[in-house]
Write a protein that binds this ligand. Structure first.
Ligand SMILES: Cc1cc2nc3c(=O)[nH]c(=O)nc-3n(C[C@H](O)[C@H](O)[C@H](O)COP(=O)(O)OP(=O)(O)OC[C@H]3O[C@@H](n4cnc5c(N)ncnc54)[C@H](O)[C@@H]3O)c2cc1C
Ligand code: FES
Ligand code: FES
Length: 1345
């Protein structure tokens, strides 16, 4: 079968429209095609690896075997367009639009407040839409499964799920009482003031307003595609790209012929393995064979002995096939199928399972493969076919190890997989542990099978296979052989563990790290298997008593908890807030849960983000070249090869900067030396982004290493390497106090850093104008004025020539305060030099590598206390890892020290903090600005005191909490009344004390599972400690038709600031919000703005908007007085006639912040936000996994401007905090290279991580701070409340340690990952594992905190 030289037309449909691509390039993905060629920008790029779901679309295809139309969700970033021949694609634009008709999914996600920045929303919509196409009334479990692959960094998932639940069959209330009814309906839970009050609302949206689902409105599968699918010719299709040829044979015979002709050409099916390898590992295949149209690869056949599944079936189809077989066959025959099904539920996401094929999964032989270990122990065989004929090979350890003798020949393909039924007296199980339950690659997994001699517990056959513990799936064949003939008892268990550890050995330096954890899992999994089988044997033996068989060892009930996995539970919860006064006019939106202004646009994909701006004339693309060394002299930069690449226009280096190149210590582009891996050295400008990225690989830079290279805080202290002087606050007499206390505890706390992981990576578009060196800059930034200023100094042109525009930002969290100026300035240099507009869109990998994040922290504490728990003296010394430049590190240190006392009144205190200078990318602002790290230290001291006093931590917290009007350590007066109220309400609404007892009861009854509960108070100071930051301005225009344009200095980051500003303007001008509009934030309309940060955006800008509106209303007053019955439009018309200015600026001169560090006194913050959170978790001591049973948050929002937005901020921040403290772990190589550069390696919480019950209450207003309508800024504070989960986990770990007689105090390390939990719950298995002497090897990763 020759490879034709002609290229075929690629025909597919997008949103009902036919697409004919005459020069389809196999390297072009659907995501790129939609965004660039079709200008459908609703589908977003956020990771490019299939790991985040932002690019989800629905593909509909006719199944070659069943002939039915299948609708399935896919991640467009991994779909080559060539794979779409004959398919219909539906994007968010095809689902509905504001202009035409909204789809109920879009309407409901917006109206349920499921969108904040909105960048993830189109992906969420498409996952939900696809689910509804297949199941118009899905179950809540199906909904959870459908959304598990869609990440959201803002909203905390709860409202997204709430919108989806409105489509589900069973939608219950909060389930708080376990009665199936909401506690509020029952009129229960009324002991708290929140429960009692009649003005407390629990509905944030009105379900009854939603449009019903109408399946008849959906796009039909195009009849033309049906005809194409019936094509009797079944001809081979060929698409020649620039570098790759794609061949799609129509028949099996053609496929085999092609494979014989091009044996080196891989088959491509889901592209979920090949695609990422080609993209990031540089694998290249000039020919790809795409067999998706071959029905033989999709055949499923059932026999009496087993099941044969075509290699072309997707993993989602495999799941359905196995589920069907399990429902048809007796249990004993389906052991292997059930084990496979277990892993198919957690393997990747729904989208990936829809795309990935069984054949691709097996042949890829990833060491982490979840299915291969089970298939191997289940004795699966592979049916291979080539032109020569067919043959069968076992899916054996040799095949998995890639031995040529046991492998496919190059011309062979995998046609199908045969999986035999299990039999009586045979048991198969699957195990898996990952960083989080869903959408995470496993650290270790295993398949285990045992067959007993009938009627006995004598092992006849045993196979055990592990994944994640080597370069390939590993079989413990030898150990298994040696255990044959043994009885299934404790003696066998001990011997098996020893043998397994010996055979499945893992060197200390093993790639992926977590070595001791992995070793422990090897035996912990086997122990679980041992118990499971024992249980099953007992069941079997009862109906068939065998005379001479042994009695099986009894398993005590306390140990049975080892058997259960944590089921995926659909979260429930209640949100409570105070309703507005019944006398408030209906038109006045303040205090009401108004939907985010852009909510509907987010949901339809019509909301325009920076990179959605259409291509501008002569636009060029930029890609950044970064340092591969941590500290080195640059000896030479050779650009020649890069400049030869077609399409490359220029390379921008420091020499091209006409103004200032950053600062002496923080250069925009490196000169002479580099200070970290990831520092920007130069930037390629090319016609396309693909060319620019290819060119950066061709730039050769030579370096000479410099010394000393410092990565860790420990090394920085050793080398006295600091970014700024120590910050210190002291009160009382600490030394004297330590002498008088009953007890003293000293300890250490390590808190890892955090990546912002805003869904929209950093991006900027710089458009040079033809006149007067003017530049327009469109940027995703929290501080456009800073971008403007930096560009001005870099180009050496006045600020007034540069206009920065921010329409909306796809998440910032502090990461888009300082960094966008760097990217804006480099792109502006490129624009000025080339005279072309420049677009710079960072890949996720580059964004994570370059931009830094939250500062890792190391702290030492000494706390002195009385035996009753009263703390008399606290001395904390903190060090943060600042990275290689100052950035915000000094400020973060100051905030950390200022906020360290949290909610506690301790008379003798000493807080010291220093920022370390290391050779890591500079760390920067991040939501909470040091508070979430620092306060974890304070709360850890409390826990340590509690352990020593033998009292529960909440007692120590209560005893030491501020109670009356008082002064902080820096002598700022405040009233803690709301703090106490939040604390009491939280104890009350969470039924804390009852549940504490239940937790203890549970722990007594369960050895391998432990529960923990913790309640944490919070006093969070809002604002910047600098007076100049407490100002804001606004500009309000009223046009002659009565419509009003509002502009202010805040940026819309998803936190709903524009919505709140229009609520303010609406109240002030007394007109409905529909008259008002905000277009963008621009430095041309409101100059010299302050970064939207520090939870202050709405406070200060709200006052400025109010000021402008009041000015306008005052001007209108005489006209209104004259015609009080007139309409707004009539008044405006009259004002215009009378030459009254209808435009006004507003200004707010805010708080006079002050802090004297010499004296340690000041009034740095305008006010405090108080809160409390209670969380309960359950941990699996054998694997380190945990589930979050319940969280209750009470937050003092005072008079919320918009309870839906404020609750959204609290929930979102809480989930982000939970990520910081439990799963988000940055891994660096010993050379300072950040490994975790994408969603595969860096796990932010997914929808499955939301607590099973998640209740949030806003404390009814009490105090009235001097803010806009007495509201409070809630952007950051909720972050720290995520630590309640951390302390609940450590509470559970402490319970396990107590029971095992191990010291209860242990070094606190955040995040509390499964690895940390497992290793802290030391037991006979952790004792069994070999330990390496750290001096004897170079570890795979280092800890920088
Ligand atoms: C975001 C993400 C998350 C993931 N999470 C998990 C996880 O949690 N657990 C897990 O186990 N896996 C996970 N995976 C891996 C995934 O299971 C595999 O990538 C997938 O199964 C490969 O199938 P494919 O059809 O996409 O293969 P492709 O990428 O299309 O092909 C892969 C290889 O298989 C060969 N091949 C395919 N079919 C045949 C055939 N019939 N005959 C001969 N050769 C063939 C090809 O030549 C190619 O070399 C994840 C992947 C992604 C992208
Ligand atoms: S961009 Fe495609 S999954 Fe993240
Ligand atoms: S709203 Fe989900 S990422 Fe911002």
């Amino acid at each position: 079968m020759p490879c034709p030289s002609r290229t075929d037309e690629l025909v597919f449909f997008v949103n009902g429209r036919k697409v004919i691509e005459r020069n389809a390039d196999p390297e072009v993905t659907l995501l790129s095609f939609l965004r660039k060629n079709l200008r459908l920008t609703g589908t977003k790029y956020a990771c490019g690896r299939g790991g985040c779901g932002a690019c989800t679309v629905m593909v509909s295809k006719r199944d070659p075997t069943s002939q039915e139309i299948r609708h399935f969700s896919v991640t467009a970033c991994l779909v080559p367009i060539c794979s779409l021949y004959g398919a219909a694609v539906t994007t968010v634009e095809g689902v509905g639009s504001i202009k035409t008709r909204l789809h109920p999914v879009q309407e409901r996600i917006a109206k349920s407040h499921g969108t904040q920045c909105g960048f993830c929303t189109p992906g969420m919509v498409m996952s939900m839409y696809t689910l509804l196409r297949n199941h118009p009334q899905p179950s809540e479990e199906q909904l959870l499964e459908a959304l598990a692959g869609n990440l959201c960094r803002c909203a905390g998932y709860r409202p997204i799920l709430a919108s989806g639940k409105t489509f589900c069959l069973e939608s219950n209330g909060c389930q708080q009482k376990g009665t199936g009814k909401c506690c509020l309906d029952l009129g229960e839970n009324d002991s708290s003031s929140l429960g009692r009050k009649s003005d407390i609302c629990t509905e944030l949206f009105v379900k009854e307003e939603f449009q019903p689902m109408d399946p008849t409105q959906e796009l039909i599968f195009p009849p033309e595609l049906l005809r194409m699918a019936e094509d009797p010719e079944k001809r081979t299709l060929t698409f020649h790209g620039e570098r790759i040829t794609w061949i799609s044979p129509g028949t099996f015979k053609d496929l085999l012929e092609l494979k014989a002709k091009h044996p080196e050409a891989p088959l491509i099916l889901g592209n979920t393995s090949l695609g990422p390898a080609m993209r990031s590992k540089g694998h290249f295949h000039p020919i790809l064979l795409f067999p998706a149209r071959i029905s033989e690869l999709n055949v499923v056949s059932k026999t009496n002995d087993g099941l044969t599944i075509g290699a072309g079936c997707s993993l989602a189809q495999v799941k359905d096939i196995l589920a069907e077989r399990v429902s048809e066959l007796p249990e004993e025959k389906t052991q292997t199928y059930r084990a496979l099904l277990k892993h198919l539920k957690s393997l990747a996401s729904q989208q990936i399972r829809n795309m990935a094929s069984l054949g691709g999964h097996i042949i890829s032989r990833h060491s982490y493969s979840d299915l291969n270990p089970i298939l191997a122990v289940g004795n699966a065989t592979l049916n291979l076919t080539s032109e020569e004929g067919t043959r069968r090979i076992p899916l054996s350890e040799h095949f998995l190890a890639g031995l040529a003798s046991a492998d496919l020949k190059p011309e062979e393909i995998l046609e199908s997989v045969y999986i035999p039924h299990s039999q009586k007296w045979e048991f198969v199980s699957a195990f898996r542990q990952a960083q989080c339950q869903q959408n995470a690659l496993p650290d270790v997994n295993a398949g285990m099978r045992v067959l007993f001699k009938e009627g006995t517990d004598v092992i006849e056959d045993l196979s055990i296979t592990y994944g994640g513990v080597g370069a390939a799936t590993v079989s413990a064949h030898k150990s298994c052989q040696q255990l044959l003939g043994r009885q299934w008892d404790e003696l066998m268990l001990d011997e098996a563990c020893r043998r397994l550890l010996d055979e499945v050995s893992l060197p200390g330096w093993a790639p992926g790290g977590r070595v001791e954890f992995k070793r422990t899992l090897v035996v912990s999994f086997f122990f679980k298997f041992y118990l499971q089988v024992l249980q099953e044997l007992k069941k079997l033996i009862k109906p068939f008593p065998v005379p001479n068989s042994r009695r099986y060892p009894e398993i005590s009930d306390r140990f049975l908890s080892a058997l259960e996995d944590f089921p995926g539970t659909v979260p429930q919860g209640v949100q409570r807030y105070q309703s507005v006064d019944s006398h408030q006019p209906l038109q006045d939106p303040v205090g009401r849960p108004v939907m985010h202004l852009s909510g509907l646009k987010h949901a339809t994909g019509e909301a325009e983000f920076c990179d959605d701006i259409p291509m501008v004339d002569k636009e060029l693309h930029m890609a950044l070249v970064t340092s591969t060394r941590a500290y080195a002299k640059i000896l030479s930069i050779d650009l020649s090869k890069a400049l030869e690449i077609p399409g490359v226009v220029d390379v921008i280096t420091a020499k091209d900067i006409l103004g200032t190149n950053g600062t002496e210590d923080d250069k925009l582009l490196a000169v002479d030396e580099v200070l970290c891996v990831g520092q920007i050295i130069c930037a390629v400008v090319a016609e396309t982004d693909v060319q620019a990225k290819r060119a950066i690989e061709k730039i050769k830079i030579t370096y000479e290493e410099l010394e000393p290279i410092i990565f860790t805080i420990e090394d920085a202290i050793k080398h006295n390497s600091f970014l700024c002087p120590e910050k210190k606050l002291e009160q009382g007499n600490i030394e004297e106090a330590f002498e008088k206390v009953d007890q003293i505890v000293e300890g250490e706390v390590h808190v890892g850093g955090q990546e912002h992981f805003y869904m929209e990576t950093q991006r900027v578009l710089v458009i040079p104008k033809t006149e007067d060196k003017e530049l327009d800059i469109y940027v995703s930034a929290q501080d456009p004025a800073h971008v403007q200023k930096t560009v001005s100094s870099t180009l050496n042109i006045p600020i007034n020539r540069i206009t920065c525009h921010v329409k909306r930002v796809g998440g910032g969290f502090g990461g888009k305060i300082g960094r966008p100026a760097v990217f804006g300035a480099i792109a502006a240099v490129g624009a000025l030099k080339t005279g072309h507009p420049i677009r710079l869109v960072l890949d996720r990998e580059d964004d994570m590598l370059i931009t830094g994040g939250r500062h890792p922290l190391f702290a030492k504490y000494k706390v002195g206390f009385m035996n009753n728990g009263r703390i008399k003296a606290l001395d904390i010394e903190c060090f943060i890892n600042g990275g290689c430049t100052l950035d915000d590190s000094e400020l973060v240190t100051e905030f950390l020290i200022l906020k360290l006392e949290n909610a506690y009144k301790i008379r003798n205190l000493r807080f010291r903090g220093r920022a370390c200078l290391t050779n890591l990318p500079s760390n920067t602002a991040f939501r909470g600005f040091g508070f979430p790290q620092g306060t974890l230290v304070t709360e850890s001291c409390i826990t340590a005191v509690a352990a020593k006093c033998g009292l529960p931590p909440e007692k120590i917290r209560e005893k030491n909490m501020y109670r009356t009007v008082d002064k902080t350590i820096y002598k700022q007066a405040f009233n803690p009344e709301s703090l106490i109220r939040c604390w009491n309400e939280c104890l009350d609404t969470s039924s804390f004390h009852n549940r504490r007892m239940q937790v203890e009861e549970f722990n007594k009854k369960n050895y391998w599972k432990k529960r923990g509960i913790a309640v944490i108070p919070m006093k969070f100071s809002v604002g910047f400690a600098a007076t100049s930051c407490h100002q804001a301005a606004a500009l309000v225009h009223i046009y002659t038709d009565g419509s009003v344009l509002v502009t202010h200095g805040g940026n819309e980051l998803g936190q709903g600031i524009h919505t709140k500003m229009l609520q303010v303007a609406s109240r002030e001008l007394k007109i409905p919000m529909s008259y008002l509009h905000i277009c963008e934030t621009s430095t041309a309309t409101v100059p010299n703005t302050i970064a939207t940060a520090a939870s202050l955006g709405a406070d200060t800008n709200g006052r400025a908007v109010q000021n402008a509106c009041q000015t306008l209303l005052k001007r209108l007053e005489p006209i209104i007085k004259k015609n009080p019955e007139g309409t707004w439009e009539e008044w405006i018309e009259a004002a215009f006639e009378q030459r009254i200015s209808l435009s006004a600026t507003g200004y707010f001169r805010g708080y006079k912040a002050f802090m004297d560090w010499e004296k340690g006194e000041g009034d740095p913050f305008p006010y405090y936000v108080y809160g409390a959170a209670c969380s309960e978790v359950e941990i699996d001591c054998l694997t380190g996994a945990h589930k979050k049973i319940r969280t209750d948050i009470v937050m003092d929002a005072c008079c919320s401007l918009n309870p839906a937005i404020d609750i959204g901020q609290i929930e979102g921040a809480f989930i982000q905090g939970m990520g910081l403290y439990t799963t988000e772990e940055l891994k660096y190589s010993p050379e300072g290279v950040l490994y975790s550069r994408g969603p595969d390696e860096y796990k932010i919480p997914t929808i499955s991580d939301v607590p099973e019950e998640f209740n949030v209450s806003l404390l009814p207003s009490s105090q009235t701070p001097l803010t806009i309508y007495s509201s409070k800024g809630l952007g950051e504070s909720g972050m720290f409340l995520g630590s309640s989960v951390f302390f609940a986990i450590t509470d559970a770990v402490a319970a396990a340690r107590k029971e095992r007689d191990i010291a209860e105090d242990f070094t606190v390390k955040s995040p509390a990952t499964p690895e940390w939990v497992r290793m802290a719950c030391a037991d006979r298995f952790t004792e069994m594992i070999p330990r390496d002497d750290p001096k004897t090897f170079k570890p795979w990763s280092i800890t920088v905190a």
